[in-house]
Ligand binder design. Structure first.
Ligand SMILES: [Zn+2]
Length: 66
């Protein structure tokens, strides 16, 4: 009986986790999230880490939105 209760409890925990992950993916810690592609300059393809503009003068994200 006790084992059954524990199994049901574990099942509920998994269910809650699955529902929570489906509803609030942004609430997960960053490690569990899928790694988003690093921002890349749309013009020259250089990585834009920690800055908004590229050395070539193109702003990050420009060109992607179009
Ligand atoms: Zn660039």
């Amino acid at each position: 009986m006790l084992v059954k209760t524990i199994l049901v409890f574990l099942g509920l925990m998994v269910l809650v986790a699955l529902i929570g992950r489906a509803l609030f993916p942004s609430a997960l810690p960053r490690i569990m999230r899928k790694r988003a592609a690093p921002p890349v300059c749309a013009k020259c393809g250089r990585y834009l880490i920690g800055r908004k503009t590229c050395d070539c003068g193109n702003k990050a994200g420009e060109g992607k939105a179009k």
